[in-house]
Design a protein around this ligand. Structure first.
Ligand SMILES: [Zn+2]
Length: 260
């Protein structure tokens, strides 16, 4: 049924599974820890069914739209809205806003995706697109993208000191929390993106440049692969395996495993 190939055990989540995850398992305390401060001006966003084409019937028209949740009365309210939409993906806006909704800065981030890796078996992104497999990835690509995350982190350490790595479900994100990085100009971000790309890292340029300001919400469910996006320490990245690491496997999959 699925037209994408994925590493073993990864698959689309059903609506029922998304619902179970967001009502029973989604850890708001950890989400709060991620943001450190009250989430007052943080905006969230969801995509209900753009890639999976799995969506509640009443949201058919909006299944592929990016829906911004910007009037959020705290994390419980955010959860309630996610449970209403049952999205394949949930994000937050890296822009920082003041109380008048004016942008005052942006969190810097690097997005390493397996589709930007040239796979010895499946080829480049262009090759995969030709076969209509732009979002597919294999265990080999996942492994290569993990190695890239380690090397990119080490490269960025020369310039930044407050960074966190998140396993995003498909690849890895490196978030930079250094105060000066929030104030980088658009020009500086674009230059940084180009430099990192030239060094051979398979990053999505538009995320670092800031044009794509949304990033996957840590601890949310990635509905294309049925994995939880989780922060991972740099020191454990060498051995981190999202195919079997408990932290990123939702209960609906681990309980299935017990039955079969
Ligand atoms: Zn491959």
């Amino acid at each position: 049924m699925t037209k994408y190939y994925l590493p073993d055990g990864m698959r689309y989540s059903t609506l029922e599974e998304r619902k179970r995850f967001y009502t029973e398992e989604f850890d708001l305390e950890k989400v709060a820890e991620w943001f450190e401060k009250p989430i007052g001006n943080v905006k969230f966003a969801v995509i209900i069914g753009r890639h999976t084409q799995i969506y509640p019937e009443k949201y058919k028209e909006d299944a592929s739209t990016t829906i911004i949740i910007d009037e959020c009365q705290g994390l419980e309210d955010m959860r309630a809205q996610i449970v209403e939409f049952l999205p394949e993906s949930a994000y937050y806006d890296r822009n920082v806003y003041d109380e008048n909704d004016r942008k005052t800065g942006q969190e810097l981030a690097f997005d390493l995706d397996p589709e930007n890796i040239i796979c010895p078996i499946h080829g480049s992104l262009a090759d995969k697109m030709k076969r209509d497999q732009g979002l597919s990835f294999c265990a080999l690509e996942l492994n290569m993208v993990r190695e890239q995350a380690i090397r990119l982190y080490e490269h960025l350490e020369k310039e930044f000191s407050q960074m966190r790595i998140v396993y995003s479900g498909r690849g890895f994100h490196i978030h930079v929390f250094d105060a000066d990085a929030y104030a980088f100009s658009e020009k500086k971000r674009l230059e940084l993106a180009k430099t990192v790309k030239k060094k051979g890292f398979g990053i999505d340029e538009w995320v670092t440049a800031g044009e794509m300001r949304l990033i996957r919400l840590p601890y949310s469910l990635h509905g294309l692969v049925s994995r939880i996006a989780v922060p991972v320490e740099k020191s454990e990245l060498e051995r981190f395996d999202p195919v079997c690491d408990e932290r990123c496997i939702p209960k609906f999959l681990s309980s299935n495993a017990l039955i079969s």
